[in-house]
Design a protein around this ligand. Sequence first.
Ligand SMILES: Nc1ncnc2c1ncn2[C@@H]1O[C@H](COP(=O)(O)OP(=O)(O)OP(=O)(O)O)[C@@H](O)[C@H]1O
Length: 486
Amino acid sequence: MTTTTLPADADGVLKLAAQSMFDTLAQAAMGMMVVDRQHRIVWISEGYKRFLPGLGHEEGDFVGRLVEEVVPNTLMAHVIETGQPMLVDLLTNQAGTFLVSRMPLRDADGGVIGALGLVLLDHPETTMQPLMTKFSRLQRELDDARQQLAAQRRPKYTIASFIGSSPVAMETKRQARRVAQTDSTVLLLGETGTGKELLAHAIHAASTRASRAFVGVNIAAVPDTLLEAEFFGVAPGAYTGADRKGRDGKFKLADGGTLFLDEIGDMPVALQSKLLRVLQEQEIEPLGSNKVERVDVRIIAATSRDLPAMVAAGSFRADLYYRLNVLPIRLPALRERLPDLEALVEALADDIARRSGLPHKGLSPDALELLSRQAWPGNIRELRNVLEQATLMTDDTVLTAAHFSSLVDGVPQLSPPPLPAAAAPRAPVADAAAATAAIKPLPQAIAELEQRAIREALEATGGNKLAASRLLGISRATLYEKLGSS
Ligand SMILES: Nc1ncnc2c1ncn2[C@@H]1O[C@H](COP(=O)(O)OP(=O)(O)OP(=O)(O)O)[C@@H](O)[C@H]1O
């Protein structure tokens, strides 16, 4: 019996190992091929030839053909160019999916002279089920994440999202498109809920800054003492504690993009001069720093307040007003564009259905007629709230006037057109007596009227006290006081 021992020298061991590994691979693999430096097939195993009909090739001699012509999607050329092996990879082409391995072949000096390709498994989707399931799940998750990222990067609103084709709505959109072409400051004026924020987003999305940041600050929602830091940022070490590291302000965050200053009429007078300086110089000085930083920011400001009246009363700086009022756009109230009501209801109902997961609910003609008689002091936001409440209150898929009557009870109505004098009914004498009996002492009548106005404002704003106080033209503190006394 002859026993073969391993060679004693390292070279001999390596040669034997290489030879033996090659034989093992050649037996274990389902197919094997060798290509030269120019990607031409030098040798192809019998096993590999079995896959060729699946690739659309007749039996024949493939030696001398370019590998990429014979095997679509192969990366043999890449291995030759980089000299890097691909120990495990999935190759997919019309013959199926294969688990493959590719290794460079080197000469004695280490130069790449070709490559070896192995088909380790065909149909790995059956033989490697768990791995393939995981692979396809990860691939699906990657596709979803890519889609979500693309959706997030898409602007939230475009000018077309501003629903309405009435002449006033069309004029608003025309002005928005025009100002989007410029880089000047825009001032959006309109009652609460008319779509100022939506239009600010849309102008940004239609401008050359669309790919950069859109940053919003609601001035009324930030306590006066924090506004300066919110706008201009805080230098590192300016304060002890949480802000020790420093913090970028909204101007810095919006650099290159658009800064939306919502409720600009609520800006404290003390800060107005600082804001004016930044708008003029395009330079900010973070709190606690003595260095100025240049910023390139496009301003869109908005308010529901009467700025010229505030200027006249001394609560808004005239110079800041002129600086902001470069391109003013007035957003019409909903009651000024009632022909848009149906289209708005349609779009809002769609959005409510999408967000709530409930079926889309249509409106009957009598419901639309009822809604078009309301004065809508809270405008589209108030319309949306009423639609949302009606949608949630019933399983019916068509909302009728009956579904809305209790919801709009208390919302002020548009006054009907005055009757011609001749047709005006005369009050009968008995009605006059009843009217006299109904008269209340003036303080009681005023108190009742006040409570009713507060109730309506809260309903109009969906219970938002800050917005309600603004609708009523009083401070939030006064509103709380009056609520407490009711
Ligand atoms: N033309 C419109 N088309 C569709 N939806 C609109 C339109 N205008 C406003 N909306 C919707 O109404 C709601 C209120 O709009 P937005 O917040 O833009 O109003 P606003 O004028 O900024 O209000 P406020 O002054 O109270 O901040 C949002 O849900 C918005 O999507």
